[in-house]
Design a protein around this ligand. Structure first.
Ligand SMILES: Cc1ncc(COP(=O)(O)O)c(C=O)c1O
Length: 488
């Protein structure tokens, strides 16, 4: 054998297994070429100082898997015709993890390797106050199926799209809808269809942010947005939030460096649920114009407002090009649809469409067509009306149950809009203990803690109420109160 084989006699992996893997890897990576003659089992055993049985065990396995072949009276050879699937199945090296890889990464790759975030497991209890999902079982599936069947009869959605901004009739339908529902001022020419909010934010980072630029964010705020900003090398400037939303006066205090962009969820601040007051909206717009900063307005669940009239979107209040509006169908329809949209100042439209095309060309045309008809035939707004009334019932049941069972021990925040509210507790339990105690009584709760820039126990819970029925909410809150305040 004209290359070293490294076997470790102290490893818990048996020697025959180690030898098998070494030889297999050498064949797959081309260190041992087809028709290469291997030493006899006796001489390899001698060479490596191991028993002959160990070598025969490894050879036998390689023979049976088709890596080696024997030629009668001549010896053992690397198989001359290795099946393709073997050549493509090089094993992942133990330790070949992104953060230790010798492969040189970009600063973007480096950021992901360092932070290495995972999808957080969500609570899975019989009663779960999970947030962020609509009530799937109330989605008008028959209507969607009918539209899908109507559009899939033809073949013309199968080709590449010809419009980099997204399917034109969908852009027209969206422009009308956001004008009506959110007082956004736009034409279809300003709309770019995206793969949800997530891609909209990513595209804006590519086009507007140079590493080192500062982005002001709400603290607490939307974690996924923060991750995108950091991955593009932005510095984050946390701005506190109170019951009227982002504290704009903190943002407008003079600071030594310019703020390139402000990311904000003004309709229903995530996660506190605050609605940015009209005076603050006007103050923020005036400041952005004066500073020549941009505002990224994420209007993710603005459709659900209870009681008082909705405040127009910042985009509609603005007299300038300072606001970029982002909408999504993840909350009003379903998140795996992956359709959202940007409403852009005219000067950004063409480069955004190009960036989108370079990134993933376009969204599936069939889905865009189905959604267009869903909006134009009035199903979207009718569904939103029904869901608003259903969520409102749940919201009222939740607020009432919280008041009855927790009394003065809690403060309820952000219950005027959206699909979740936040609760601040007076408690001696740690955040982890709160979750554990809830689990013990079969109730899943979620903490606000991960959405703060500085990790600490906050005793704040986010209660999603969109996926539950009223009775489950009442039972869940009663059990939770019993688990957290047994003597109350
Ligand atoms: C603040 C905020 N914006 C937007 C979204 C929706 O993201 P996407 O459109 O990528 O599904 C969410 C989802 O949880 C959110 O919390």
């Amino acid at each position: 054998m004209d290359f070293p084989l490294s076997l470790n006699p102290h490893s818990p992996i048996p020697l025959h297994q180690q030898l098998y893997e070494e030889l297999r890897r050498s064949i797959l990576t081309g260190r041992l070429l087809p028709q290469h003659r291997l030493p006899s089992s006796r001489s390899l055993a001698k060479l490596l100082g191991i028993s002959r049985t160990t070598v025969t065990q490894s050879y036998d396995r390689l023979l049976s898997e088709g890596y080696l072949e024997t030629i009668q009276g001549s010896g053992t050879y690397v198989c001359s015709q290795l099946p393709d699937e073997l050549l493509h199945s090089a094993p992942v090296q133990p330790g070949d993890r992104p953060s230790q890889s010798p492969i040189r990464l970009s600063s973007y790759g480096d950021y992901l390797a360092q932070t290495s975030f995972q999808l957080q497991p969500e609570p899975d209890q019989p009663i779960c106050f999970r947030y962020g999902r609509p009530a799937f079982d109330r989605f008008p599936l028959p209507v969607w199926r009918r539209l899908l069947s109507r559009h899939s009869r033809s073949l013309d959605w199968m080709d590449y799209a010809t419009d980099m901004q997204g399917y034109r009739p969908l852009r027209e339908a969206i422009a009308q809808y956001v004008g009506r529902a959110r007082a956004v001022q736009c034409t279809p020419e300003q709309v770019v269809i995206t793969n949800g909010t997530q891609q909209a934010l990513d595209l804006m980072m590519r086009l507007l942010i140079t590493p080192g630029d500062t982005i002001a964010i709400e603290d607490p705020g939307y974690l996924s947005a923060q991750r995108i900003f950091l991955s593009h090398g932005a510095k984050l400037l946390p701005i506190p939030v109170d019951e009227a939303g982002l504290q704009v006066e903190t943002l407008t205090k003079p600071i030594a460096y310019p703020v390139r962009l402000v990311y904000i969820t003004p309709s229903h601040q995530f996660p506190t649920g605050a609605t940015l007051s009209l005076p603050r909206r006007l103050e923020l717009l005036a400041w952005a114009e004066q500073q020549q900063s941009m505002i990224l307005e994420d209007d993710y669940d603005s459709e659900y407002r209870y009681g008082d009239r909705p405040i127009p979107a910042l985009q509609g209040l603005s007299q300038s090009y300072a606001v970029i509006y982002i909408g999504t169908f993840s909350k009003v329809l379903f998140p795996s649809l992956r359709i959202g949209y940007l409403v852009l100042p005219h000067s950004l439209v063409s480069i955004t469409a190009q960036a989108k095309w370079l990134s993933d060309r376009h969204l599936p045309l069939l889905d865009q067509r189905v959604l267009t008809d869903f909006i134009l035939e009035g199903h979207l707004e009718s569904h939103i009306r029904k869901m608003r009334s259903f969520y409102d019932q749940n919201r009222q049941a939740l607020v009432q149950a919280l008041r009855i069972h927790f009394g003065e021990q809690i403060t309820i925040l952000g219950d005027k809009a959206g699909m979740h509210l936040m609760v601040r507790l007076q408690t001696h339990w740690s955040d982890a203990e709160l979750v554990q105690r809830a689990e013990q009584v079969g109730v899943g709760i979620m903490l606000a803690q991960p959405h703060y820039l500085t990790p600490a126990d906050r005793h704040e819970l986010i209660f999603g109420y969109s996926e539950l029925e009223t009775a489950q909410i009442q039972i869940g809150i009663a059990r939770l109160a019993q688990a957290l305040y047994p003597n109350f």
